[in-house]
Design a protein around this ligand. Structure first.
Ligand SMILES: *Cc1c(COP(=O)(O)O)cnc(C)c1O
Length: 411
């Protein structure tokens, strides 16, 4: 008799159901480096979808720095940071990352991670452990990144932290809730730049609230680091913020063009996370060669070249905001390289992405649960390697496609 295999039939059924709802996700394989043109299925596509905002992912000096790092330190770290994996390249990188925020966070230290996902899990679960179980509360912006949501869930299970969601565009509710909160530890968490909308969090107001109600403020600047501020140091530089209450998260696989992430905060918080941050403690250290390449990336971010790259980005953003007109679709008033076009239904978003692909563009449809139901969109992102000419062509293509999708809807 053939044994039943419930798990496998459940997998098949669930996937078929996702497919029927137009929610099945598929991987596409690139055959070339990340850049403004990539090869997919032997076709060259114009990409407006990566987070490589400064166009550094395929930069010759970074390629060389990674090779140099491998020559100096080999390819693997061999162990977690606390065992034997913490290399001088990691140490130099952490010092440099801390120096980027030292004007904004007094007595700043930094801790390097292999991913932003791990950095958020570590920061949130680790900091909450400063209080006894049940004695901490978390206030999390409702459009925060999935890694924050998961960190908050884990902290609420591990430490019985209470969790309140807030709307970053309406801070009165947050203030009211904090007024009544008598817990000794309060942590407010926000994305710096909201990753699916491109708008910037009201960081100044949030810092004031944190100061007034004795809270910590965690800012996940995954999309601001390298992009915001004259020197590319991120959201705190852009808004000239200084506070000892900030826990700053930056990621290094987006504008920095390589891989990894970091937490920057007052030294005692960093020291605490080295003691208690389980995802940090129990992960193998990132290859030191990556840290070595990142040192080069940070140097470029701060340099004249970095400034020129940010100027190009801001020209692209201005051109898009001024010249992109839709009749039915909605663009968003975003001043960052994330420029979503809201189409509403999953079917429309998929149809638009498919037509774009036929015209030689790669702009994926973003659907729930990544964005709220009914707000499926094209998430368009700019890189400093895009020219204004390429952007003009994209605008024309989108206008043509909007008409085609509208006609398709009537049929
Ligand atoms: C991408 C992203 C992360 C995760 O960073 P990875 O290094 O890709 O794991 C965290 N937070 C936000 C807001 C992000 O956009």
């Amino acid at each position: 008799m053939k044994n039943t295999f419930h798990a496998l039939s459940m997998a098949n059924e669930q996937i078929a159901e996702l497919d029927a709802q137009l929610l099945k996700r598929r991987l596409r394989v690139t055959e070339s480096p990340c850049d403004t043109e990539v090869i997919v299925d032997q076709r060259k596509l114009h990409t407006f979808c990566s987070n490589d905002y400064l166009g550094l992912a395929n930069h010759p000096e970074l390629i060389q720095a990674l090779a140099e790092g491998a020559n100096l330190y080999g390819v693997g770290s061999g162990a977690s940071h606390l065992i034997s994996g913490h290399n001088i390249a990691h140490d130099l990188l952490e010092k440099k990352l801390a120096s980027f925020q030292s004007k904004h966070i007094p007595n700043a230290g930094a801790l390097f991670f292999s991913t932003g996902y791990l950095a958020n899990l570590t920061a949130i679960t680790g900091l909450i452990k400063l209080a006894k179980p049940g004695e901490a509360s978390i206030y999390s912006a409702n459009l925060n990144h999935a890694s924050i949501i998961d960190g908050v869930r884990l902290a609420s299970i591990q430490s019985k932290a209470s969790v309140t969601l807030f709307d970053h565009q309406q801070l009165e509710a947050l203030t009211e809730a904090l007024k009544k909160d008598t817990k000794p530890l309060k942590l407010i968490i926000t994305d710096g730049v909201f990753s699916m909308d491109g708008d910037i969090t009201p960081v100044k107001a949030l810092v004031e609230i944190a100061e007034q109600y004795d809270a910590l403020l965690l800012v996940d600047d995954a999309h601001g680091f390298g992009v915001l501020g004259e020197l590319g140091h991120g959201i705190l530089e852009q808004f000239d913020i200084r506070s000892e209450r900030i826990i700053y998260i930056g990621t290094l696989g987006k504008a920095a063009g390589v891989s990894g992430a970091f937490i920057c905060a007052q030294a005692p918080f960093i020291d605490w996370l080295i003691q208690k941050g389980r995802p940090y403690i129990y992960s193998t250290a990132t290859p030191p060669a990556i840290a070595h390449a990142l040192l080069k990336s940070l140097a470029i971010i701060e340099s004249e070249e970095g400034k020129a790259r940010r100027r190009q980005l801001s020209q692209l953003i201005t051109h898009w905001q001024n010249e992109m007109h839709f009749s039915d679709w909605e663009k968003v008033a975003s001043c960052t390289p994330i420029q979503p076009v809201i189409l509403g239904s999953n079917a429309n978003a998929l149809a638009a992405a498919k037509l774009l692909n036929e015209m030689g563009y790669w702009i994926p449809a973003i659907r729930p649960p990544t964005v709220p139901a009914g707000s499926a969109r094209l998430r368009i992102t700019f890189s400093a390697n895009h020219s204004i000419e390429e952007l003009k062509n994209l605008i024309q293509a989108l206008q043509k496609i909007e008409q085609q999708v509208q006609v398709g809807k009537l049929a």
